[in-house]
Design a protein around this ligand. Sequence first.
Ligand code: NZQ
Ligand code: ZN
Length: 390
Amino acid sequence: MNNFNYSNPTQVVFGKDQLEQLDTLVPAHARVLITYGGGSVKKFGTLERVKQALQSTTRTIFEFGGIEANPQLATLLQAVELARTEKIDYLLAVGGGSVMDGTKFIALATPAEQYQGKEAELMRHGFGAVPVDTAIPLGTVVTLPATGSEMNGFAVISDGHEKLPVFSPLTYPTFSILDPELTYSLPSRQVANGVADTFVHILEQYITYPVDGRLQDRIAEGILQTLIEVGSTTIAEPENYDARANLFWCSSLALSGIVSAGVPQDWTTHMIGHEMTALFGLDHARTLAIVQAPLWKHRKSQKQAKLAQFAERVWGVTEGSESEKADQAIEKTEAFFRSLGMTTTLAENNLGESDIPKVIASLEKHGMTALSETDDFTLADAEAVLKLAL
Ligand code: NZQ
Ligand code: ZN
């Protein structure tokens, strides 16, 4: 097992009717900015319930709506301006990954005087921590189980056709409320996205090479098995509380740092996928379902041992050589994505060979030229993978 340094400061408040706890979770004298997306939280009553729970004579409440899916810097800068003007000292994100991520950016950018007027620079630190020493504390009320943003310090921010990951240890939410009932109103497409995104989050921390991280492997396998068990039910039965509750806890834990502690990670599928979302507007999870299986086909020899373990322990494959088991794992994963209603080829998304150079150029522009758990996945490899995805 590799060395690791793990901490996760987010308080998780899980279950039915937990919104009423906001009154004790949000500081009593705060000037709170509630952030939300394109309107689902208004339409389904969540925003009203949040405001009611926060009502108190000592708090001042402001609102900022309109954070779009794949949050755009220009929108977030409007919120930064509001937060500066109104001297906001607590942020409450009510929504999915885009709202949570956008709010993390607001938390970092608002007090960062050295970045005033050049906030875009804050986006360019990737997995290295953004060099600021303070951020506005934030909490989240999660309405979409998918990204795990509610238990980590990552945000993915877009500026036009650029989409970049940003990390800061200062943007772990102080608390996250996960109420499965708040997800009942999700369109089935978004639920499928959540299952697939969570699945790939685990795969990127699990299908690498063995380092005898036995517990990490079994946590990963447990989450994958749970997703396979509840995936189709949670899509088909929107008000099945237990299915939604299981999906929710899987998605939050998947990117909480608990799975990656002490094991190698390969975020290649995500890095290629982010470029595809930025260029072609595909939903985040849908890009992952296109890239994952071709990536494994291309890197099979490097990943064969873990793919075979995945086949045996998660998919119950008992027959065949290690290589044949690895092939089975790839096939079954692709079939699982398709069972969720995801597409798995570029052609199904009206993309073809002529689109591949655009992705490669974006990867190059963003310095994504040595990806994978062994830092040797080049632009030529990315091109080969995308050709396998045609
Ligand atoms: O904007 P509103 O009107 O709220 O509608 C949203 C949006 O259209 C809707 N929605 C959310 N909750 C709902 C609901 N509709 C009905 N009922 C509800 N309860 O769903 C749509 C998609 O929302 P979005 O937040 O964009 O989806 P998701 O949670 O999948 O987040 C995707 C973003 O997260 C980033 C992605 O790149 C993408 O920008 N990621 C963030 C990560 C992180 N912070 O750790 C890791 C991930 O790998 C990912 O990259
Ligand atoms: Zn993801």
